[in-house]
Design a binder for this molecule. Sequence first.
Ligand SMILES: [Zn+2]
Length: 299
Amino acid sequence: MTSRISSVSPAALVDFQWWRMAEGRWIGPKNQRLLAGHPADDGYQPLKSEPALFRRFADQRDTEGAFAEFAARYGDLDGGGAVVVGDHIATAEEMASNDPFLVYSEGRSLQIWRGHRQMLAFAVRLWDAINEGGADELIGTDLLVKPYDSLVEPGKPAPKYMVWTRTASAQRDLGLTTPKTFDEQFEPATPLMKASLPEAAARAALANLISEMCATVRVVMRVTSAQPDGLRLTFEVRSLIAAMWLQFALAVDGQREYRPCPVCGDWWDATEARSDRKTCSDRCRKRMHRQTVSGGTGV
Ligand SMILES: [Zn+2]
């Protein structure tokens, strides 16, 4: 055995299929709203066909309409959820019924959609600020660095500071219990051993957030035997939200660069693109060209 493993990255080996949402609709009274629907017949591979999906989701507005549109285009965030019949959560009788004409669908609450979006958007904001050299602007608004005042594990050096992230409301939406908050807005995120520059604090917070959320939504490391060149390390995800956190983690690890398309507004992966390329696709490039030629009227 002298041959080396191929240069295929662990990311390229992720095999993840998902289903767009069919017949998606919001049901239920105010404060108990659920987005319910069925997986569409044909699956797709989000990680292969949608390289900037985590950015698109982070950019959504927190409205029922925006989430329903996202679900129709990319699918529900996860499988399972509340069982719905028609326009209400299934009753015990309906759950026990053998009626072949009852159509069940599954729903997820507005809080869950909003909590996941805000958590991911917060992490993406940290990443952008770090990349653009703007981490100091996060301090006081998105991040706090405060002296560390909790008990220290015996035998471990005492951290001096704690980085707090403004994620408390998203954590509450997701039902992630929290030991304590500051101002009901900030969560203790990660300790620092010494007073650090804002960029170091932002990096520590981002690393912690990605690690914690990948564990929460179950991004799992796997070794696959399905490769011709032997056993390979890869990842397994079983939900769209886990796929988006994995995609984000891989983007951070690979220092990938995304640019917004000036024509359609979508994010696209520009890591390997020429620096003067602006649009996401040939279609948008041609459209921009036509608009320039015709005097830039109408978008
Ligand atoms: Zn475009």
